[in-house]
Every structure is written in C-alpha cells, then in structure tokens.
Design a protein around this ligand. Structure first.
Ligand SMILES: NC(=O)c1ccc[n+]([C@@H]2O[C@H](COP(=O)([O-])OP(=O)(O)OC[C@H]3O[C@@H](n4cnc5c(N)ncnc54)[C@H](OP(=O)(O)O)[C@@H]3O)[C@@H](O)[C@H]2O)c1
Length: 262
C-alpha cells in the first residue's frame, strides 16, 4: 500500500508514518522541513521500511504541484492520502478583530492545502478504481468549544468537503474519512501553555486512529463524546452552546490554576 502523508515531520504524522511503514506500507512523506523529513525517513529505512520525502509548502500551489507531479511519476499506484498537516490558533474572536490573516492562514493550509492534495490524487484514484482520503480533524469540531474560531472553521470546511467526496465519488471506490482527535501531546498542543498539565492522548494512540481509518475505511473515527456532541449541536445549537460555555470557562480556570501551582 502506498500512502501520501502530510505533516510527516512531527507529532501525529511522524508517528503514523513510522507505524504504517513498520506494517509494510510505502510512505510518501510531505512537510516543509526537509531535514526533519530526512530524520523520519532514516528512522523508517533503519527499521527496514520504505519511505520517500517530498519537501512541500502546502500553502503554496506551485510547491504542491511539483510534489504531486513527482509522487505520481515515481509511484505507479497511490492507495491513500492522509491530510494531516495543519496549523492551530487559539485566540479569542475579540483579540482577532484586526487579524483576518489568522483565518486566511488556517484556511490556506488546513483546508485549501488538503483540497489541492486531494484534487491532485483523485484522477489516479479513479484510474485505479479505488482510493482513500483520511482527513485529520479535532473533537473540538464536534462540540462548541470557544477560542479556536479560525482553526475550527477550517476543519469544518474539510468536514463538508469530505461529505461531498463520499456523496459524489463513493460509488467510484473513493472513500473519505474524518478523524476527530481529542487533545494529543505533540508540538502543536505544547505551544499552548495552559495545556501543559492537561491529560492528553499519546501520539502512539493517535497514530493508531489513522491506521484504523486506513484499514476499516469508515466515514468517521472519533470518540463517542464527539458523536454525542454533534447530535446535540445539530438538534439544539442554541442551548448546546449556552449550556457548555460555563464548563469550558471552568476548565480554563482550572488549567490556569494548575499551571500556577506547578
Ligand atoms: N495535537 C493535538 O492536540 C491535536 C488535536 C486534534 C487534532 N489535531 C490534528 O492532528 C493533525 C496533526 O497535528 P500535530 O499535533 O501532530 O501537529 P504538529 O506536531 O504541529 O505537526 C504539524 C505538521 O504539519 C506540517 N506543516 C505545517 N505547516 C505546513 C505547511 N505550510 N506545509 C506543509 N506542511 C506543514 C509540519 O511540518 P513542517 O513544519 O515541517 O512543515 C508538521 O509536520 C493536525 O491536522 C491537527 O489539526 C491535533
């Protein structure tokens, strides 16, 4: 199985690349930092696995085209794309009133970058009569969590695109899977200081969710809490937001207090 995996230089993507290679998959590793990609590739090669690197800036159309051309040229079959690269921003809406670039940057990478990669591989998937797109998302896209408006909007767009893919191309063997991770201990979550002492999923377990998505090809991988959150949000969006906000405020307060203590 040949898998194109974005965001392979760090966190969940790096661990997923290693676990998938250990199971015999051929990995095309995509991210900006070439040295970090080489480090992951070396590790995979040392353990007998197969990996190729494609340094790419997913916010740049030309860079994506160059990498996609190389991937399609060098790999006669591509079975799956994992759109895992992303940038997260935690900022109140009121502190982002003069920061439209927060919204532009997250959309450019988390949504447009993922869609460009998908569009580039769809023709190959159609030729093969089979292909899969796994999109990394967050549990926070299923529950009304505050402070992540730019990030969550980009993940919601990806969600909608995935549903359309399944509706339009499912019968041609193309399957899209959304993976709704809870908080995972990675460089991304470590950037937010108040999350320092929060209990989080390990990268090993998170990578396991990507493997499950690739193996079982479901429309969604996530926690039952996320499914419940989506149901409540769909049925009663007003009350759902009102009722959950005191909980999130208390959670932030507790995390800040913990941070001060330690
Ligand atoms: N960590 C969490 O708590 C958490 C929770 C829910 C969902 N998620 C989702 O899980 C996925 C992986 O997150 P993570 O925590 O593993 O993040 P991470 O450790 O920060 O890794 C992000 C990856 O994205 C790549 N990337 C960033 N900007 C890029 C660009 N312009 N072009 C190409 N690649 C770029 C980075 O590589 P370079 O810097 O080398 O380009 C890196 O490999 C994301 O989709 C995230 O939204 C994470």
């Amino acid at each position: 199985m040949t898998i194109v995996l974005t965001g392979a230089s760090s966190g969940i993507g790096e661990e997923a690349a290693k676990q998938l290679a250990a199971r015999g998959a051929r990995l095309c590793l995509v991210a900006r930092r070439e040295q970090e990609l080489e480090r992951v590739q070396d590790d995979i090669h040392r353990k007998g696995g197969q990996a190729w690197i494609y340094p790419t800036d997913l916010t740049n159309a030309d860079s994506i085209t160059t990498s996609l051309d190389a991937i399609l040229h060098e790999h006669p079959r591509v079975d799956a794309l994992v759109n895992n690269a992303a940038h997260s921003i935690r900022r109140p809406i009121l502190e982002a009133l003069d920061r439209i670039h927060d919204y532009e940057r997250t959309m450019q990478l988390n949504y447009i970058g993922a869609v460009r990669m998908t569009m580039g591989l769809i023709p190959r998937f159609l030729e093969q009569g089979r292909g899969q797109v796994v999109n990394a998302s967050t549990l926070s896209a299923q529950v009304p969590i505050p402070l992540f408006s730019a990030y969550l909007a980009s993940k919601a767009a990806l969600d909608s695109y995935s549903r359309s893919l399944n509706a339009e191309l499912g019968h041609k063997g193309i399957q899209a899977t959304m993976v709704y991770f809870p908080m995972v201990r990675t460089p991304m979550s470590n950037r937010t200081e108040i999350y320092k002492h929060m209990r989080m999923m390990s990268v090993e377990d998170a990578a396991g969710w990507i493997i499950k998505a690739l193996r079982d090809r479901p429309a969604r991988v996530g926690k039952p809490l996320g499914t419940l959150g989506s149901l409540v949000l769909a049925a009663a969006p007003g009350p759902a937001v009102k009722l959950t906000q005191p909980f999130f405020r208390r959670m932030d307060k507790n995390l800040k207090a913990k941070l001060k203590k330690k």
